[in-house]
Design a protein around this ligand. Structure first.
Ligand code: SF4
Length: 231
């Protein structure tokens, strides 16, 4: 996979030029990042890095996922897989809305596909990535009002002490987490992978209680972009 295949998306509708330029520079540096190939903390990434991030100067919602899988690594576009279909259903948005960088920023905890273990499961996101890029990227998008923290890694980073010992307990505590978190608000979600279909069956409150709230928050966030971007 060549570096030229890397894609990052950005939109310039809402923030002042200095903030836009700062995000632009940061996106450029992420695009050329080769830390996990050239100076990794552990094993060398077994393929050419291909960071997949959607940065935005207007989106009110940041989707904080885990790391690209094989399909996303090939497409260079986030959530171009069955997990993405389920996530878009959870959010109640069309493909067009989901991939509009004016509406959604999308930044997994590891920007590049981390490779697979011996059983064919995806490895965890590369630690180097959040350590190098996450704080500056989040700081460069100060307009974000809601972070969707998908999975343990994003929850640990974005929620700190509000994270419980288990993912189920963390997600079950979503009302309190959303109420307490500030600038931005945070909502914890499980990963939308098919591997979590059993979890969804065991926890019907997720679809009955959390999803209606989530969809209302998403509509409100999209609406606030629309009112600012298209007065
Ligand atoms: S995973 Fe992150 S730190 Fe590692 S090469 Fe990709 S962009 Fe760089």
């Amino acid at each position: 996979m060549s570096a030229a295949g890397t894609r990052l998306f950005r939109a310039d509708r809402a923030l002042p030029p200095d903030v836009t330029a700062e995000l632009d520079r940061l996106v450029s540096r992420i695009r050329s990042c080769r830390i996990c190939r050239d100076t990794p903390e552990g094993k060398i990434l077994p393929h050419e890095p291909r960071p997949v991030v959607v940065a935005s100067t207007s989106a009110r919602i940041l989707i904080a996922g885990q790391a690209p899988g094989t399909k996303v690594h090939l497409s260079g576009r986030p959530f171009t897989d069955a997990s993405g279909d389920r996530l878009r259903d959870w959010l109640g948005v069309s493909d067009q809305e989901f991939y509009d960088p004016a509406l959604f920023a999308i930044a997994p905890m590891g920007f590049c596909f981390p490779g697979q273990d011996a059983k064919g499961g995806d490895l965890p996101p590369r630690k180097e990535c959040a350590a190098s890029w996450r704080a500056p990227l989040v700081a460069a998008m100060p307009q974000i009002e809601l972070v969707l923290a998908i999975g343990l890694y994003a929850q640990a980073w974005h929620m700190g002490k509000m994270t419980s010992a288990s993912l189920t307990d963390t997600v079950r505590n979503w009302k309190a987490i959303h109420a307490v978190s500030q600038a931005p608000k945070v909502l914890p979600l499980p990963h939308p992978s098919w591997r979590n279909s059993g979890w969804l069956k065991k926890n019907p409150w997720f679809e009955m209680e959390l999803l209606p709230f989530l969809r209302a928050e998403i509509r409100a966030g999209i609406g606030r972009v629309g009112s600012k971007a298209m007065p």
